[in-house]
Design a protein around this ligand. Structure first.
Ligand code: PMP
Length: 299
């Protein structure tokens, strides 16, 4: 299926099946990769990457958290993402860039190791499905912000996320809801969380969560729609008793939540969530001029 696809690897395109790394790659052993996930959408002007600049900035930030010197400039990394979409003749889908410590003398310190960079892209449909999401409160606490750079997108962090999502899936839930070390609601395994209560929208502050690009975009959209949005520590009970609850993320886009553990929420597809979902779809499809600045057209 992916035979005819190409992956950008250290400055040039390699055939999908040839984009390989050594088994002694440092990041394979120690989780020291910095990565991103972006979506691009089919618009009348061509494929358009959503918030490319913000994703590239976060990617570079994650590299710096790992003491990685980015081997390419911001401009080169941006261009490489766009070229990967173009080279693969894709109209809409997902881009997965990753920077990782390559192989060399293996020890925990990556000092002296090369930094390898790869960018893949593929078509991608809905991540959490079309129905309202069922969340299971995870027995795994979200990584402690003083144990790592919890706001960076680092591969090793996703052991925590993977354990949470597998535990939720095994019990028949769509996704995990993780609490932070203080017992406040943090986020899903790959999404930020919002609730609506009496017309006001609440979301956890940036403390032990990933600073989602969709999260900040959606906050902007909600304000533009006339809603009040507040960052606030949320307890599980507040989420369970909310009027509406939804998740945001590059993969999940805007996904309504219908159930948390065994508790059905007041609404499955609440009016604010659905209004936002509709608006988000229009924005990413380049149907509202004022948000065209969030889109980079692949030419
Ligand atoms: N939290 C985590 C842990 C994630 O992996 C993601 C996906 N990148 C998100 C939140 C949502 O972030 P974004 O909107 O930037 O995709």
């Amino acid at each position: 299926m992916r035979k005819n696809r190409y992956i950008w690897f250290n400055g040039r395109f390699k055939k999908w099946s040839n984009a390989k790394t050594h088994v002694l790659t440092h990041s394979l052993h120690y989780g020291t990769g910095a990565f991103e996930g972006m979506r691009f959408y089919d618009t009348k002007k061509g494929p358009a990457v959503f918030q490319l600049g913000k994703h590239i900035n976060r990617w570079i930030y994650s590299m710096k958290c790992l003491n990685m010197k980015p081997p390419y400039s911001k401009k080169e990394l941006t261009q490489a993402c766009l070229e990967t979409v173009k080279k693969n003749k894709l109209k809409s889908g997902y881009i997965r860039p990753i920077a990782f410590y390559g192989h060399g003398p293996l020890r925990v310190s990556p000092k002296g190791l090369p930094v390898d960079v790869a960018i893949a892209a593929w078509p991608w449909g809905s991540y959490l499905g079309e129905e309202a999401v069922k969340l299971k409160v995870s027995p795994f606490v979200r990584i402690h912000p003083k144990s790592t750079y919890a706001d960076a997108k680092i591969t090793g962090h996703y052991v925590n996320a993977m354990l949470a999502v597998m535990d939720a899936n095994k019990d028949g839930y769509t996704e995990a809801l993780m609490l932070d070390y203080k017992g406040n609601v943090a986020e899903g395994s790959a999404e930020n969380i919002f609730i609506v209560k009496k017309g006001i929208i609440y979301t956890p502050p940036l403390e032990s969560i990933l600073a989602g690009v969709t999260r900040s975009s959606v906050i902007c959209l909600l304000i533009d729609l006339g809603y009040k949005v507040r960052e606030k520590h949320l307890k599980l009970e507040e989420i369970k008793n909310s009027d509406e609850c939804f998740l945001t993320g590059t993969a999940a886009e805007v996904s309504p939540v219908g159930k948390i553990d065994r508790k059905k929420l007041k609404t499955e597809l609440g009016p604010v969530t659905m209004e936002l979902k509709k608006m988000f779809k229009k924005v990413v499809s380049a149907e509202i001029n004022r948000y065209d600045k969030w889109l980079t057209i692949v030419k």
